[in-house]
Design a binder for this molecule. Structure first.
Ligand SMILES: Nc1ncnc2c1ncn2[C@@H]1O[C@H](COP(=O)(O)OP(=O)(O)OP(=O)(O)O)[C@@H](O)[C@H]1O
Length: 326
């Protein structure tokens, strides 16, 4: 289960350090997302993995041994600047890349025909790439990354610019690859893709890992929140009455004077009976909802804490936090 591992990677351009102590791992069949804003270091990390540039510090290993050029041949790469030949047809393009991978023409044609089928490009196989929609171009780009039968896919912003339907198709293709034991590392500026698709996530902020961990761990909020809505604006007295119940914090809801938020420490906590008694005595209770926060909200909250620290520390749910995202 080792796959790819980056240990304590640093990279400088001139006297400017753009990556600091980056640790990252992608096991076979695992989907890992790198999330970060512009200039966070996502592409640089991928280019290091591909061996297009060298690390200034640290090591990259493949199944526990320093990565070699031969190992890197098992990596399929979708660069952010893409790099398809716009005038070539889909088939010609893919056959060309399969031949570059060392396949014979017969093998190349078979590989390409399978890929076209898997990626749903059959109706466009004779079209020139420049005539395809962005979503179909992205599929061709993924096909190029898959042509060498990789055991690891490295995809730089694969969802950028795609409409929701194309996003769904690409997400399904990525899942399909992971199910057949291909490791997938992809970058994104949008946490929602990462949250939906990944097993693990690595948040890069100005070249440092701000947070990393299993998505389920990161999502495991350490609080439970309930919103109680009433038919009338709530008097301060009700919040005062709720606040004397031990183990919870009631707060007014901004822009909604008819609701109160109850925060309980500990996840998956049931709303205490005393709260229901107070609410029913008050009268006019319309609804009780458990509020699930998005990963973006949870991360933003947890990472607000303090200055960037060099070494990672582990806090309650196993989430590794080493700094703040801006
Ligand atoms: N060849 C280079 N020479 C000098 N600086 C570079 C080089 N490549 C990247 N950088 C710098 O390294 C930093 C990280 O860049 P990188 O492209 O890895 O970020 P990114 O997270 O992929 O951002 P984006 O989402 O904008 O592509 C940036 O400040 C960038 O200007």
């Amino acid at each position: 289960m080792l796959g790819l591992e980056l240990h304590d990677i640093g990279r400088s351009f001139g006297d400017r350090q753009v990556l600091h102590s980056v640790d990252l791992a992608v096991a076979p069949g695992e989907i890992v997302g790198i999330i970060g804003g512009n200039g966070a270091g996502k592409t640089t990390t991928m280019r290091l993995i591909l061996g297009l540039i060298e690390a200034s510090e640290g090591t990259i290993t493949w199944d526990g041994e320093p990565i070699t050029a031969r190992d890197r041949r098992a990596i399929g790469y979708m660069p952010d600047e893409r790099g398809l030949y716009p005038q070539m047809s889909v088939v010609e393009q893919l056959v060309h890349f399969a031949l570059l991978e060392g396949e014979t023409i017969t093998q190349a044609r078979r590989t390409v025909s399978e890929l076209i089928d898997t990626l749903g490009l059959t109706s466009r196989e004779r079209s020139r790439v420049q005539d395809l929609s962005l979503g179909d171009q992205q599929r061709v780009q993924l096909a190029v990354a898959l042509v060498g039968h990789p055991s690891l896919l490295v995809l730089d912003e694969p969802f950028a610019g795609l409409d929701p339907l194309a996003v769904e198709t690409l997400a399904a293709l990525i899942r399909q690859q992971a199910e057949s034991d291909v490791g997938v590392l992809f970058s994104s500026q949008q946490l929602e893709f990462v949250e939906r698709l990944c097993d693990r996530v690595c948040v890069l902020d100005k070249g440092r890992i701000a947070a990393s961990g299993r998505v389920t761990e990161l999502q495991a909020d350490s609080y439970s929140r309930w919103a109680l809505s009433f038919s009338e604006d709530l008097p301060d007295l009700l919040i005062a009455e709720l606040s004397i119940i031990p183990g919870l914090i009631p707060t007014a809801v901004e822009d909604d004077p008819k609701s109160v938020m109850i925060t309980l420490s500990g996840r998956n906590r049931e709303i205490p009976e005393e709260v229901l008694h107070v609410a029913l005595r008050h009268g006019g209770l319309r609804s009780i909802r458990c509020i699930q926060r998005s990963l973006a909200e949870i991360l933003a909250d947890r990472l607000k804490t303090g200055p960037v620290r060099k070494a990672s520390t582990v806090i309650d749910t196993g989430l590794k936090v080493s700094g703040a995202i801006s």
